[in-house]
Design a protein around this ligand. Structure first.
Ligand SMILES: NC(=O)c1ccc[n+]([C@@H]2O[C@H](COP(=O)([O-])OP(=O)(O)OC[C@H]3O[C@@H](n4cnc5c(N)ncnc54)[C@H](OP(=O)(O)O)[C@@H]3O)[C@@H](O)[C@H]2O)c1
Length: 292
């Protein structure tokens, strides 16, 4: 098979804005490919590749950080006023860089509640929660910024160090059942690998500005929890019906149960040809189990 021309090379310099769970995984992986990756955090760290960026206190990176930057990836959610932290403080700086690519991690929350139906990128966003309205506004601002932006809509992110296993170990697990309720998910490694795949094949694949990254099998929370207990060789506590459990949930936890949708990955996996590493929660959680 003919090898596709890669648009990624070792001269590429990435700024990862917001080096949390996904940003950190991406930075480590892209460095293994020989690229430079500098990462932001809100406070000083000993990591020589980390710099401070905090939109709330208006601490912005110094000029040197931006020298030679070709790609950026923003993994920072909207701030409490609904503004995008990166665009609020750095938009004109980024517009002057002649970037090759700007990635923005968004959420599938912008689709709202589809009562269990599938949603894809061609569906009109219909945000339900206030935070999803804010997110959609941030997406729009990225698109209107004139930067070469590509938006990745993500469902629940999990991976080694952040999964149902941690909730079980920390005794934070709540086994709740709600009829016909499903959630979509994505393993952090697939977020990184899908983005890298798209960058590597940028010259030969049709450009899509908005892409869902989700696994193949949305399913109930109970199935996921049961599978984790099985892997741990423990007995799962008896599920509590959502109607009874909801009083004890935080407002944010309650809000997740108010939306029910299946996120389609057809654009990414069929049209654009990305092959998921972890096609479903069982494969992904096995990886978390072996690496926790
Ligand atoms: N977690 C999920 O299940 C999920 C699902 C769908 C979409 N998303 C979205 O996908 C993106 C990545 O998610 P994640 O879970 O990997 O993120 P995360 O671990 O929560 O990391 C977020 C990063 O943003 C930085 N940050 C937050 N507010 C900031 C501000 N005002 N100024 C500068 N930096 C700021 C944080 O800095 P510090 O390192 O200093 O804390 C952190 O590095 C986020 O936009 C998230 O909302 C998440």
């Amino acid at each position: 098979m003919k090898k596709l021309a890669s648009s990624l090379n070792k001269k590429n310099k990435f700024l990862i804005l917001g080096c949390g769970f996904s940003g950190n995984f991406f930075a480590k992986t892209i460095r293994k490919l020989g690229c430079t990756a500098l990462t932001s955090a809100r406070s000083q760290s000993k990591d020589p590749y980390s710099f401070v960026f905090n939109s709330d206190s208006n601490v912005v990176p110094n000029e040197k950080i931006f020298n030679g930057v070709t790609h950026i990836l923003s993994c920072i959610p909207p701030d409490k006023n609904g503004e995008d932290p990166v665009l609020k403080r750095l938009k004109s700086k980024l517009q002057n860089l002649s970037l090759e690519w700007a990635g923005y991690l968004s959420t599938t929350g912008v689709y709202g509640n589809t009562k269990g139906d599938w949603v894809s990128e061609i569906d009109q966003p219909n945000p339900f929660h206030k935070r999803s309205h804010k997110r959609l506004n941030c997406e729009k601002e990225w698109i209107e910024s004139g930067l070469p932006v590509q938006i990745f809509r993500l469902p629940g992110i999990y991976g080694p160090g952040r999964s149902t296993f941690e909730a079980i170990k920390n005794k934070k697990i709540r086994v709740i059942s709600k009829k016909n309720q499903v959630f979509s998910r994505i393993h952090v490694a697939d977020i990184t690998n899908a983005i890298i795949y798209l960058l590597q094949n940028k010259n030969s694949l049709k450009f899509h500005q908005i892409i869902n990254i989700a696994d193949d099998e949305p399913c109930s929370q109970i199935e996921v929890i049961q599978y984790c207990y099985d892997l741990l060789g423990l007995k799962m506590p008896k599920p509590i019906l959502f109607e009874y459990a909801k009083e004890e949930l935080s407002p944010i936890a309650q809000s997740f149960w108010m939306e029910n949708r299946r996120v389609s990955n057809k654009l990414l996996c069929q049209t654009l040809g990305y092959e998921l590493i972890y096609k479903n929660y069982k494969q992904g959680l096995k990886n978390c189990f072996l690496n926790s």
